[in-house]
Design a protein around this ligand. Sequence first.
Ligand code: E4P
Length: 217
Amino acid sequence: VRLFLDTADREALQRWLSTGLFHGVTTNPTILDRSGLRSTIGDIAPLISEILDYDVPEVQAQCWGTETEALVESGLALAALDPRLVVKVPITEKGIRAVSVLHKHGVRTTLTAVYAAHQALTAAAAGADYVAPYFGRIGDSGQDAPGILRTMQQILVASGRSTRLLVASLRRADDLALLASMGCDTFTFSPAVAEQLFSESLTIDAAAVFERTAAGL
Ligand code: E4P
């Protein structure tokens, strides 16, 4: 299993990475913007360095630009920051072209903003390390998100490639359990979802009873 924290919020990083639960962190331009950061190496480099200080195996940052050349250039600049960096690229035609160039340079990639089952096939064919479907947003669009994710899983298994499904846009801890029971093992979620993982009231009550009993109360 690989869990990623989907945030650039320094306080949240401190709180959750110190649990040892996370394989890494994922970001994108929207997430950076929420923390007052721009998609520039100047803004991203210090954040990446802070994240890696928590000793996580991977950190994912998204390249930027409207043309393939710009996506490649920003992707290479990100990858040069640290070997543990995985470059996220939107799964557009230009993005796929950028991924094939990045691979020639030995850069690991995640194809992101994935909504349709057939995009899992494209991502596997492109040799991406991860493919990131937006589970919550697929549901928002009125589609059967668990069904689409199940099909993506089957496509990746059948592809024989090592591309992993990195499920994103998760809003509920229960969705994680459902998807994990279907065979998904790699997720990225916000600090709000991380909070839900520790809000099981019966567990909190049971632990409180242990504490009181152990203290002789
Ligand atoms: C992933 O790259 C996205 O940041 C994220 O998972 C989207 O989540 P949202 O649909 O809840 O905004």
